[in-house]
Write a protein that binds this ligand. Structure first.
Ligand code: NAP
Length: 240
């Protein structure tokens, strides 16, 4: 009997956690499509995967581009939502509250918009995996903004899992992970933060993109997981 090849789409698959997830899902023979805004970055990611994935450039923050992508794509099985924003970090007294709005526009709305646009063609026996952040589960000064943004995704997942059943909907909450997400910082500053968090994290190191990709692949492939928040943070949630 021929095995059906499942197709996973990774929105934000050209870098970091999304790219590592693409590599992980290609392993067991899935068809994978990676997306991102920057065509050059996407091409490099595609090369990095040995040309084994499909690729498509569009901005998940632009609803017309999102609709066009999913209409052209046709039926598929799994949706991984790794698009990110970068705003909302900093002490609350001086936090620019507009950054919370930007974070919603750059991360929450793009992830939700992709799910909405994907619904007509996403297999009911498939899955959706959002990527939030452990910041929404920590009581640490200086992260109220990003916690507010990421908390939205944690909140909607159990509701969507019930509303859209039998489609499975889950979310991964990564801790501090060494990816290009941190490249807005100077190298020295970035390394200082990584060292600080490695010391605070029970497993004694910060995360790798592959650590989170393993957690995502588990949720994608396990047909009995839905409505769940899977925290992948080396135990930081209990220690920070
Ligand atoms: N790294 C961490 O420590 C950490 C911790 C907690 C949570 N997270 C979350 O994990 C997810 C993945 O982040 P990462 O660390 O892997 O960051 P990353 O390396 O910067 O990857 C982000 C990916 O999303 C794409 N992207 C961003 N905005 C997009 C948009 N509007 N439309 C389409 N694609 C878009 C980027 O490509 P283009 O720029 O070319 O569009 C890239 O492929 C994010 O949601 C992030 O908030 C990361």
């Amino acid at each position: 009997m021929t095995k059906t090849i499942e197709h996973a789409v990774i929105v934000g698959g050209s870098s970091g956690i999304g790219l590592a997830t693409a590599r992980k899902l290609l392993g067991p023979g899935m068809k994978v499509t990676i997306t991102g805004r920057d065509e050059e970055k996407l091409k490099n990611a595609w090369k990095n995967l040995g040309g084994a994935a499909d690729k498509a450039a569009f901005d998940a923050g632009k609803p017309d581009e999102v609709s066009r992508f999913f209409e052209r794509l046709g039926p598929f099985d799994h949706l991984v939502l790794a698009a990110s924003g970068g705003k909302g970090l900093g002490p609350f007294p001086t936090l620019d509250l507009a950054d919370i709005g930007s974070g919603v526009d750059e991360k929450v709305k793009p992830q939700l918009s992709c799910l909405q646009a994907a619904l007509p063609t996403l297999s009911r026996s498939g899955s959706v995996t959002f990527i939030s952040a452990v910041s929404a589960q920590l009581a640490v000064p200086g992260i109220a903004g990003i916690a507010a943004i990421n908390g939205m995704l944690l909140t909607v997942v159990p509701i969507l899992a019930m509303e859209l059943k039998p489609l499975r909907i889950n979310v991964v909450a990564p801790g501090v992970i060494d990816t290009p997400w941190w490249d807005f910082l100077a190298e020295e500053q970035k390394q200082a933060i990584f060292t600080d968090y490695a010391g605070k994290t029970p497993v004694g190191r910060i995360g790798r993109a592959e650590d989170v990709a393993d957690a995502i692949a588990f949720l994608v492939c396990n047909g009995f997981m839905t409505g769940q928040v899977l925290t992948c943070d080396g135990g930081l949630r209990f220690a920070a």
